[in-house]
Design a protein around this ligand. Structure first.
Ligand code: HEM
Length: 417
């Protein structure tokens, strides 16, 4: 069939294949530090292609070229609403649980999304985030002190990568850090494939109740924190409900943890395996922001985190995505598009900056990106300044990567010094 005549029937791919005959998503990687091998082939030969989701066998469109990703994510005819039937969910959530969960603005479309995003945007301005730099430095230094005071070898994910973003967001929101283990367990359970539906539903409920109680408490006893400021702003100019503030807070609490933690551990591992890259930022500290961008581009850990549903028939390349069909724009494929990034699989801190898509694109582009950037800069810099002898405590081949998770990363990173 010629490329230009490729139109689709619901449930089948461009060549009329049934979902069972489709390639499965997610796809395997031969090297854990590089994107799945099939991405290059798809980008070149079938840039908009059909796949079956591993979690439930349902079909979804994979978008792999940089320009196509921007087209889809910038199109107001796609929806981020995960309750819509065609939405390509990547974790198994029973429909009754899904329909009962309050939507966060991550899953809302305009104009509702705009209302929530506008309320929060000032909290994440470059100026406000810069002002947090000293706090983040202190948090990182305390964790490194504890790491050095502990025994060797130790797991860097548990000792540093997870606690740093958790402590930062808890402080920002005004959430007691003592509660973090509990809400991290609930949050992980809501996305886990290893527990049954009832337990997953219960985790959703616990998380909602926890955040709801927190917001209620701050309504009567405000503090100097983001949730209290949102409540105060909303009192002055009522825009959203109590439940909306709770859903925004819940999203803030869980959105930035695992992503930032995974980037910390993958970045540290990269520096441990490539002493020349570490030497370049040590010799030229001003290179660090570019190094952070390049690592974000290279790993693009939230590869399929920008899932959408077509709300109308959408022409993209030579394919028509039908209204109601699920779409997975893959930023790990787009960020390795050779039309945009020369020698894309090489990590190059001197790459002249074409903006990458690791934080998404369009109206949902990551609101926490400036925060993530300073956390990564500070961790990469302070860790190697303070522990220059840091090294892997196990052979690279023994490391366990999160191959099936929605956010790519490392389960553990045993290190010694
Ligand atoms: C390296 C770290 C991070 C990565 C790779 C990342 C990635 C992303 C991506 C790809 C999106 C777009 C989702 C979509 O289009 O559907 C997103 C949205 C979002 N991120 Fe991040 N993120 C990171 C850190 C953070 C942090 C630290 C926060 C802190 C609060 C955060 C909060 C959010 C929120 C609230 C949204 C939804 C924005 C909206 O819908 O308007 N993220 N992130």
């Amino acid at each position: 069939m010629s490329q230009s005549t490729r139109k689709t029937e619901a449930g089948k791919d461009a060549a009329g294949r049934e979902p069972a005959a489709l390639r499965t998503f997610p796809m395997p990687r031969s090297c854990p530090m590089s994107p799945p091998d099939s991405y290059a082939e798809l980008r070149e030969h079938e840039p908009v292609s059909r796949a079956a989701l591993q979690v439930n066998g349902k079909p979804a469109w994979l978008i792999t070229r940089f320009a196509d990703l921007k087209q889809i994510l910038g199109d107001s005819r796609v929806s981020a609403n995960l309750k819509l039937p065609g939405y390509p969910l990547q974790v198994p959530v029973p429909d009754e649980v899904l329909q009962a969960v309050p939507l966060t603005f991550l899953s809302m479309d305009s104009p509702e999304h705009t209302v929530h995003r506008r309320m929060l945007a000032p909290e994440f301005s470059v100026r406000r985030i810069r002002a947090l730099r000293e706090n983040v430095e202190q948090i990182v230094d305390h964790r490194i002190n504890d790491l050095l005071a502990g025994s060797e070898p130790t797991d860097l994910v548990a000792a540093l990568a997870m606690p740093v973003p958790a402590l930062v967001i808890c402080e920002l929101l005004g959430v007691p850090y003592a509660d973090h283990e509990q809400f991290e367990i609930w949050s992980a359970q809501t996305m886990s494939r290893d527990i049954d539906d009832a337990a997953r539903g219960l985790a959703h409920q616990h998380l909602d109740t926890y955040v709801d109680n927190l917001v209620t408490a701050k309504e009567t006893e405000p503090g100097d924190d983001m949730i209290s400021r949102l409540i105060a702003k909303n009192r002055e100019e009522p825009t959203v409900s109590h439940a909306d503030i709770a859903s925004m807070s819940r999203l803030m609490l869980i959105a930035g943890h695992e992503t930032t933690a995974n980037m910390i551990s993958l970045g540290v591992l990269t520096f441990l395996r490539h002493p020349e890259l570490l030497a370049s930022i040590t010799a030229e500290p001003d290179l660090l922001p570019a190094a952070v961008e390049e690592l974000l581009r290279h790993f693009s850990i939230s590869d399929s985190g920008t899932a959408r549903v077509a709300m109308a028939d959408i022409e993209i390349g030579d394919v028509t995505i039908k209204a109601g069909e699920g779409i997975l724009p893959l930023n790990n494929a787009a960020n390795h598009d050779p039309d945009v990034f020369t020698d894309p699989d090489r990590i190059d801190f001197h790459r002249a900056g074409r903006a990458h898509l690791a934080f998404g694109y369009g109206i949902h582009q990551c609101i926490g990106q400036n925060l993530a950037r300073i956390e990564l800069e500070i961790v990469y810099r302070r860790l190697f300044e303070r522990i220059p002898s840091l090294r892997l405590a196990v052979p690279f081949e023994e490391l366990r990567f999160k191959h099936d998770a929605m956010v790519y990363g490392l389960h553990a990173l045993p290190v010694t010094w």
